[in-house]
Design a protein. Structure first.
Length: 302
């Protein structure tokens, strides 16, 4: 019959058993809680890393075959001729120019050391002018120790890395006062242990201050020209020193030896950029002759 609604009985929902996924989640939650508790109960101890102690750099030990380059004496003598014809800054402003009989030997050696420390990353002309200022101020151990850092910095400001050099000069001067009776050390090992003094300075100081050339002082000029001439095949000045010492007779290590010769040659003719190969008397024996200029022209064209 129309208009009569049928009643439908709805069965109450019975509690369905836990689904597998919900069980897994519950187990994972319990495990995570247990792990967190274990972490809280553990005592974590952090052991600080040991700092490495700085040790003094050891001398470079490289063995080279003691083989003299062909015609090296001829090249050496021709460079010597050119040096006599062309005065270079190193001849009048190098570290040897500060050896003087007007002051005591100790002061003279100390000034040689200071000139070497100032010369790093600095042209000879600037180093010379700075030394003149220091001498007018007072350049001996006691005078420098009695000079405050700001005043000393003003005096050497024209030199490269002047602020760092102030610290090196002050520390080194104090060591000379305390350990060496206000004199420079007599051994190469003691010299290079001074703050701010490296192998090149050490060998030059031994040569000029004590007239004891225990090694060759190799700067950028000596390194560059020795490689250009084919006398060595090295990448650093220190390796160049070791290579040169393996074959060059000791008679060429002294005050008027290879360092002064090649430094002046590099300042006047065999320059780092634009070497004057056209007027060089060894361009017929130099494997690098005109090479630098050719490479410069090629770069310009490119």
């Amino acid at each position: 019959m129309k208009g009569v609604r049928r009643k439908v009985k709805v069965k109450p929902k019975s509690e369905s058993p836990e689904q597998p996924n919900s069980k897994l989640r519950k187990i994972e939650k319990q495990q995570n809680t247990r792990v967190d508790d274990e972490k809280e109960n553990k005592i974590q101890i952090s052991i600080p890393k040991k700092k490495r102690k700085r040790t003094a750099s050891k001398p470079l030990k490289i063995q080279y075959e003691k083989k003299e380059p062909a015609n090296w004496r001829t090249v050496y003598n021709k460079i010597k001729e050119m040096r006599q014809e062309n005065l270079a800054p190193v001849d009048t402003m190098g570290c040897g120019s500060w050896l003087s009989s007007d002051v005591s030997p100790k002061v003279s050696r100390y000034r040689t050391l200071i000139s070497l420390m100032l010369s790093s990353q600095t042209r000879d002309e600037v180093t010379s002018a700075t030394m003149e200022k220091l001498i007018r101020h007072g350049l001996d151990v006691d005078s420098i120790l009695n000079t405050d850092d700001n005043t000393l910095d003003d005096l050497i400001r024209a030199c490269g890395f002047h602020k760092r050099k102030v610290q090196y000069i002050k520390k080194t001067t104090q060591i000379l006062k305390d350990k060496y009776d206000s004199d420079v050390p007599r051994t190469y090992e003691d010299v290079v242990s001074l703050p701010g003094v490296g192998p090149k300075m050490g060998h030059l100081l031994m040569t000029f201050a004590w007239n004891n050339p225990v090694g060759i002082g190799v700067d950028v000029h000596v390194h560059r020209i020795s490689n250009r001439l084919g006398w060595v095949n090295t990448k650093t000045p220190e390796k160049t020193r070791v290579a040169l010492e393996s074959w060059l007779p000791r008679e060429f290590w002294g005050r008027d030896g290879i360092n002064k010769l090649l430094v002046g040659f590099g300042q006047t003719i065999c320059k780092p950029i634009g070497p004057k190969c056209g007027i060089c008397k060894v361009n017929d024996l130099c494997p690098s002759a005109f090479k630098a200029n050719r490479e410069k022209r090629r770069k310009t064209i490119d």
